[in-house]
Design a protein around this ligand. Structure first.
Ligand code: ADP
Length: 713
């Protein structure tokens, strides 16, 4: 008995010290029979103060735990009492206290009598509210963290897509590469069913498929996206009207909303999310970037952001491709025109001097196939040997002395076109350069070429163009004509000099001896005058050939301009008594020394005065003037003024040209149209300037601005 008491005491002591609340209930009325201190603490803490300090003992759980019924606790007690099956609950949420929800681990075990009937119930309880809340908090934090991670992950995906596209833009501006990179990136980072790019065709008002990935196995889907007219009912067709992306969160529910036909191939493909980004470059609609996703998407989801982000790069690449196509087309058209031109054209690049373009005419003239012409710098072209007629007389002389062009090339490997190109690359435009080209077959071609710089916007020079034509035939005719003129003039000069000389002797003898009738004397005088004018004409023709052959050289020496002019006027006045000659001096009195070729100056003055005589009526006045001003001490102005027929305004620009005579001219007035050409040649060779002012019907004035210290031009 003693032992029993002791055991009971120990039991009670142990229960007292257990870290869990323990209570004993009557299985019938659920009355609280006994409880350890911790259990009492629970009662004191959570229950109405009425039940404090052990006052719950002897009372049913239903009484002191008012919500026990509602929360199912009573049912559990009854079940255990009835079935004898123990009950155990972890994290039992109990909201029956005023303090709100509390969490409990509790068990309920049946205690049976010797007949096996459940007579009592023993409950253990531990309050784990703090732990559960801590756990919940941890879970919340964990959930929040994984949400952040998810966001970071989608953000990363979005950025990866954009970065991939941006990278491909940095690599090249090829719209194809960039589009493929974008499509693949979207496919890789997002669960896309299809990604595709359309290019806008504003003329046809359609969107043309550029790429789709993966290529749909089903034909209807592929053909439904191949050409999309702007007036199609599919949402993508609205893209050209807007900048914002077109988003369909779920294609599968959209048909029920009436936006897309449920038989639409995309809907049939089983896709959910749909995003179409209009690709704009400035004000130009370039096309669309579209993706169909396996899952639903949201307006501001990472997929849409990735598409929008890469869309900007794709739009730029498409715009670049478009502009490139336009430029290429224009270039092709221009090339087609250039290819057809009869003039030879070569384009040289500023960057490396290489010939980048040669047309068929160039190849033909130079006797070198187009393919061999291009890709080699002009100055190192082994086959083009050219000589500039005017710029390099020494070279020309050497060349004409040496009949072997290859030897000439080795001796002096300078290509005049190279100079022209260098000058053109320096910004100069050089026109009408005569050059001789020796073709690979040894034939010589005379070309007339012009060179000009090629500039881009902003003025930078990117190359030079040389345009040339084959003037060999014209040159040869001209040369024959010159040779004929030269020979004819020489051949004529000898007999005419003899005629003139003998006529003068006869005239002199007849005058001294008075042996001839006045009629014969007049005839002799006429012969003399005519042979003189014939002589002048022959001299002019010879001068012409001298100019052609670059043989008109000046014999410069100091002379007095005033006395030279006076002498010319006196001679002219003696020969022509029909006109009234006046010499006007302005700004000086006696002498004006200048360095010039006196014979040539006399020729100029004679020509101008002869014209004044020829083209003005007998009895009219011819004024020859000389003006000198100390403000321009290096030059003098000379003029010859008549009151004759004058020159029409439209003729004035042409009268100094070779063989040109005014169109309305009375053809009985003799002349070849050489005089003024020679005047101009002589004056410009003295570095002077000649021009005419005239009013038709009331006379002309010819001005010569003449430098006093000439150097040969
Ligand atoms: P031409 O031998 O015909 O006189 P020029 O070369 O001397 O040749 O002159 C060219 C043309 O200019 C003439 O044919 C004439 O039409 C015009 N001309 C020249 N001088 C005069 C002038 N003083 N008055 C009117 N016309 C002139």
């Amino acid at each position: 008995m003693d032992g029993q008491i002791h055991t009971k005491t120990y039991d009670c002591t142990m229960l007292e010290h257990m870290p869990i609340g323990v209570a004993l209930f009557d299985a019938q009325d659920l009355g609280l029979l006994a409880a350890n201190t911790l259990f009492h603490t629970f009662i004191d803490t959570f229950l109405d103060p009425t039940w404090k300090n052990g006052r719950a003992i002897g009372h049913s759980i239903i009484e002191y735990l008012p919500k026990a019924k509602e929360t199912g606790v009573v049912a559990i007690f009854r079940r255990v009492a009835k079935t004898g099956i123990p009950y155990s609950a972890g994290e039992f949420a109990f909201s029956g206290f005023e303090s709100g929800i509390t969490y409990w681990n509790w068990t309920l075990d049946p205690i049976r009598d010797s007949d096996g009937r459940v007579v009592q119930l023993i409950q253990t309880a531990t309050e784990i509210t703090a732990q559960v809340l801590a756990c919940q908090e941890a879970e919340r934090v964990h959930a929040a963290l994984s949400q952040t991670n998810r966001i970071a992950e989608t953000d990363r995906k979005r950025l990866e897509v954009i970065e991939t596209v941006a990278h491909s833009v940095r690599e090249s501006l090829d719209a194809d590469n960039i589009s493929m990179a974008a499509i693949k990136a979207v496919n890789t980072y997002f669960d896309a069913l299809y990604v595709y790019i359309h290019i806008a065709n504003p003329t046809q008002k359609t969107l043309e498929l550029l790429h789709i990935h993966p290529v749909p196995a089903k034909k209807p889907l592929l053909s439904s996206v191949q050409h999309i007219p702007y007036d199609s009912s599919f949402p993508i067709a609205q893209a050209y009207k807007q900048h914002n992306p077109i988003i369909i969160e779920n294609l599968q529910t959209t048909p029920s909303l009436g936006i897309i036909d449920s038989s639409n191939a995309l809907v049939m493909s089983g896709g959910h999310g749909y995003a179409c980004v209009p690709l704009w470059f400035g004000d130009t609609f370039e096309g669309t970037l579209t993706a169909v996703f396996k899952e639903c998407i949201s307006d501001d989801g990472p997929e849409v952001q990735a598409l929008v982000g890469s869309g900007m790069y794709i739009a730029a690449a498409l715009a670049h491709a478009r502009l490139h196509r336009t430029v290429e087309n224009e270039r092709r058209q221009l090339r087609a025109v250039l290819d057809q031109l009869p003039e030879g054209i070569l384009i040289t690049e500023a960057s490396n001097g290489y010939i980048s373009y040669a047309n068929a005419a160039a190849a033909n003239i130079l006797g070198i196939p187009v393919t061999s012409l291009t890709g080699i710098p002009l100055n190192r072209h082994p086959q083009i040997l050219t000589l500039i007629h005017d710029a390099l007389p020494a070279y020309r002389t050497r060349f004409s002395m040496n009949n072997d062009p290859q030897a000439a090339y080795k001796e002096n490997p300078i290509f005049p076109w190279h100079f022209a190109v260098i000058r053109a690359l320096g910004g100069e435009t050089i026109s009408s350069q005569e050059a001789m080209v020796v073709r690979p077959d040894g034939n010589k071609v005379i070309t007339l070429s012009s060179s000009a710089p090629l500039r881009i916007e902003g003025g930078d020079i990117t190359g030079a163009v040389i345009v040339f034509q084959d003037v060999t035939a014209q040159k040869s005719i001209e040369q024959q004509k010159n040779e004929f003129l030269s020979i004819a003039s020489h051949e004529l000069r000898t007999p005419i000099t003899a005629i003139q000389g003998f006529a003068e002797i006869l005239q002199m003898n007849a005058t001294q001896e008075q042996s001839l009738s006045s009629q014969s004397l007049r005839a002799l005088t006429f012969i003399n005058e005519q042979s003189q004018s014939l002589n002048r004409l022959i001299e002019e023709m010879l001068d012409l050939t001298r100019i052609e052959n670059a043989q008109l050289l000046l014999n410069l020496a100091p002379h007095d301009l005033i006395s030279t002019i006076k002498h010319v006027i006196e001679t002219q006045a003696a020969a022509d008594t029909n006109h009234n000659f006046q010499f006007v001096l302005e700004g000086l009195q006696d002498t004006l020394i200048g360095v010039f070729d006196e014979n040539r100056f006399v020729q100029v003055l004679n020509n101008l005065i002869s014209n004044a005589i020829k083209y003005s009526p007998a009895g009219s006045r011819i004024e020859v003037g000389l003006r000198y001003s100390p403000t321009t001490p290096h030059e003098a102005l000379i003029w010859v003024k008549d009151s004759g027929i004058g020159i029409a305004a439209n003729e004035l620009p042409h009268i100094f040209k070779r063989f040109h005579r005014a169109s309305g001219l009375d053809r009985s007035i003799s002349g070849l149209g050489i005089g003024l050409y020679l005047v101009q040649e002589v004056v410009t060779r003295h570095r002077g300037r000649v021009w005419a002012e005239s009013t038709e019907g009331s006379g002309s004035t010819f001005y010569v601005q003449f430098p006093l210290k000439s150097k040969e031009a």
